[in-house]
Ligand binder design. Structure first.
Ligand code: ADP
Ligand code: ZN
Length: 526
């Protein structure tokens, strides 16, 4: 542990006020800053907008030397550098867009100690001459922003991110602060392992966004459904996410001819149009922006009242970030997704050209998306469970809470599932357990001699449907009776609550899955 002037630690609040003009720390910002100032590795998991940047900016300014900030996108870097410059702070970035003269200036400022924060992309970090130069500079610590890019199990894997640790080690033994707004427990573990910071203290704030209403509707006659929804929300700010540029154009057009002030946004538009459309949305000259996922990074419009997913997104991580752009001001925020299995099949087709690992991962992410959409369990409980947070009660503020599917209280079913997990030594996934309970043909059930177990085929006496059991297992994970094994993807273990349950069982409410083919689209739902 580094020796830090206690005066520095005690006066952080004053420095916060002096430099940024804020009078209070938000959430755990102060302890996080103290942790990194003490030279300890630090892991920060906070939702977007919670104030992660300050967690490395302030300590950078009160430390001797230069802080390196690794960030994946040039646009994000530029944004931050502009903001810091406005506060009178010497912050710069190093990337391939710089001229030779700019590059020289960055290096001179870094070497003479006047530069406080240097933003750099992982690609630039690994360049030989940058590395040689960084070795000569006094560096206080390294901040790794969007740290989930390290993990193949996330939705935004960047291979270069996996090389960061080697470089940091090469530069010197520097403390690391890793930050992300999106990481499942599996991804969190991957980040720790890759950065060799298993001991790092983790600061994770709740991901619950209380004011957001989550809803999924069957995608049947989606154009009409969309128009009706947007008209019923006339004058309100909203984002409509579509999968392709072509759909973006069509939907923007469709809304426009229906008297909605809508504009398109996607990476295929020239940058002037894109900026103009974004500005029009921010300045309320347009109510609705129809966009691909290219839209939203770094955009802070507090009064977005609805986020619509016109197409099913590729992952829950993406979905959660995109819906997170609604209701930033804590007021109304409606998150509506249109779901159809055809969308899932479309997304599966995109995976054809990927490598085996990429394809496997994309498929896992998509399976989670399907489960989220079809389960009848409180959406908030599902989402929070996905990001590793156990939410005890139904939220009362999502479609599954307000218009629940059929519910049943079961006890024998729960006992049977938990027993099956226990008897198979907590080493198998939901499919395996469901096959075992329903005596469905499965070579592994045979080869592990699970057909000899007392629970083999026993599920059939209670419910003949294999899908029922898969759903029950998923629900029991959300209710914390079962846990996901973070070492082995898909493997289900008995949680502490589950173990206690077997000693002292009681009825548990399970929810029937949605069957979107049968569900009707009701105009009065709006
Ligand atoms: P994140 O990186 O977690 O998405 P940001 O770092 O961009 O969030 O912060 C979101 C907003 O909150 C910014 O406008 C930032 O200036 C503001 N902010 C951060 N910390 C504080 C604070 N302690 N007091 C007031 N505003 C803050
Ligand atoms: Zn709910």
């Amino acid at each position: 542990v580094k020796k830090v002037d206690t005066v520095v630690l005690d006066t952080l609040k004053e420095r916060l006020k002096e430099i940024f003009g804020y009078s209070q720390f938000r959430g755990e910002q102060e302890v996080i800053i103290q942790n990194i100032l003490l030279g300890k590795n630090t892991f920060v998991i906070m939702p977007t907008g919670a104030g992660k940047s300050l967690c490395y900016q302030l300590p950078a300014l009160v430390s001797d030397g230069l802080t390196i900030v690794i960030s994946p996108l040039i646009a994000l870097m530029k944004n931050q550098v502009d903001q810091l410059t406005a506060f009178g702070i010497n912050a710069q970035f190093l990337n391939s867009t710089l001229t030779k003269a700019e590059m020289t200036r960055v290096k001179t400022d870094a070497l003479d100690g006047s530069l406080k924060l240097l933003y750099i992309a992982p690609e630039s970090l690994t360049k030989e001459d940058n590395l040689d130069f960084l070795k000569k500079v006094k560096i206080s610590f390294v901040a790794i922003d969007e740290a989930h890019c390290i993990s193949e199990w996330g939705h935004d894997f960047r291979p270069e991110y996996r090389r960061i640790y080697g470089i940091i080690e090469n530069i010197g033994n520097l403390p690391i602060i890793a930050l992300t707004a999106t990481a499942t427990p599996k991804v969190q573990q991957d980040i720790r392992k890759n950065l060799q910071m298993e001991e790092a203290e983790t600061f994770k704030s709740s991901f619950n966004r209380k004011n957001l209403y989550y809803e999924i509707r069957p995608k049947k006659d989606v154009k009409k459904q969309l128009i009706r929804y947007v008209r019923n929300n006339k004058g309100k700010s909203g984002i409509v996410y579509c999968l392709s540029r072509k759909t973006v154009e069509e939907v923007a057009e469709l809304l426009t001819v229906n008297d909605v002030r809508a504009l398109p946004y996607h990476a295929g538009l020239d940058s002037n149009t894109r900026m103009a459309n974004q500005d029009a949305f921010l300045n309320e000259e347009a109510d609705v922006i129809v966009a691909t996922i290219a839209f939203g990074m770094g955009i802070d419009k507090p009064d977005v009242r609805f986020v619509i997913h016109y197409d099913v997104p590729k992952s829950l991580e993406g979905y959660y970030q995109e819906t997170g752009r609604a209701g930033r001001d804590g007021l109304e925020g409606n998150c509506l997704m249109f779901y159809s299995y055809e969308d899932i099949q479309k997304l599966e087709k995109f995976n054809k050209d990927k490598t085996v690992t990429e394809r496997d991962n994309a498929r896992h992410l998509l399976n989670e998306m399907v489960a989220y959409s079809t389960l009848g369990v409180c959406r908030r409980r599902q989402l929070l469970s996905y990001f590793g947070e156990y939410f005890e009660k139904d939220c009362g503020f999502c479609d599954n809470c307000i218009k629940p599917t059929e519910k049943t209280k079961v006890q024998d079913d729960v006992i049977l599932v938990l027993k099956a997990v226990q008897l198979t030594e907590q080493r198998f996934d939901a499919d395996h357990i469901a096959d075992l309970l329903t005596a469905t043909e499965n070579q592994y059930v045979k080869s592990y001699e699970h057909d000899q177990l007392e629970v083999y085929g026993k599920g059939l006496e209670l419910n003949e449907s294999r899908d029922y059991w898969v759903s029950a297992i998923r629900q029991l994970v959300i209710f914390n009776y079962l846990e996901k094994d973070i070492e082995n993807y898909g493997v289900i273990k008995l949680g502490e609550k589950g173990a206690n349950y077997l000693n002292d069982p009681y009825p548990v409410t399970l929810h029937k899955d949605h069957n979107f083919d049968e569900e009707e689209v009701k105009p009065e739902d709006d």
